[in-house]
Design a protein around this ligand. Sequence first.
Ligand code: ZN
Ligand code: ZN
Length: 369
Amino acid sequence: MSSPNYVGRRNKLAKALKEAGVDSILVSGVSNVRYLTGFTGDSTWLFLSKTDTILISDSRYTTQLKNECGELKVDIRDAKRPMSVAVADVVKKSKARNVGFESDHLTVAQHQNLSEKIETATLVPTSGLTERLREIKDSWELEQIKEAVRLAERGIAVVRSSLRPNQTERDVRYTLEAAMRSFGATGPGFEPIVGVGPTAALPHAHAGDLLVSDSPVLLVDWGAETRSGYRSDLTRVFFTGKITKQMETVYRTVLKAHQAAIAAIKPGVECRVVDGIARKIIADAGFDKYFGHGLGHGFGLDIHESVRMSPISEQVFETGMVVTVEPGIYLPGKFGVRIEDDILVTNDGHEVLSSVPREFDDAVVEFLA
Ligand code: ZN
Ligand code: ZN
């Protein structure tokens, strides 16, 4: 498949509407609108019913809508006609009786405005209908994600080969972002985490002013975004100085948990079981207190998407899901290690999409003289 099948996606959503007990839906989540129509702007909602597919937008986007989804009907509102009024008009014309809205993507104020303006139908909350479709990537999406992984891999290769003791976390971040852009990424998939020593012990740290030479441990959590909007998400730790026994133990434990979890991924397996495999290895090594987050998550158009691997997840792996596996051990004030790769669930198991070396010896960086 060389182009995204928006019609097929909307047909699947239309089927899901029945099960959700509504005859139409108002899609307001930006990434959901993009997934269903290809439109890359914002402030634009999609109304979908058995008979109608209409994008409700404003005049800033007239040309862009024509270019990106010219086959779709659009209702362009002007500054005097608020979104709630435009939606009410569209709903009235459609003769819909029950309009689902995305409770995860509508503010309380927006909901109130809609309730006041829509007189011909009832608003019904829905959750995760499009997100559920987005869990399973089609072949075009997989091409995009693989490209995002390649861009990230090329970016980190530049960082690694140009790493210097006197670089700050920020310097490393900028080098990485510039490299990924130079290879064709529209930008990083999210703000890269670049953490030295104690910063690496914070699972969601921002790159700051610590020097690479301030600690032997450097953690980089990064990804690229493609022109089509798809992302990758990887983490590697580099040892840039004298490695302590504890650092090696922590790294090898995280790697063992990472490898065992990946090995267990296949269709039909519960996400929480895979999370538990990694968690047990880390606990058996005595570090259970230091691994607080879930094992991994889906990603695609957004960096965190449905499919969550955690002890409370009720999801089951299906062919076509793409998830991260990212166990970590964080010793406050000292250092942290996380190893993260991107995994595709295949018919008979899984495929690791990322190939940045991850063995202990691979993590050791020698500076050029
Ligand atoms: Zn990450
Ligand atoms: Zn992640």
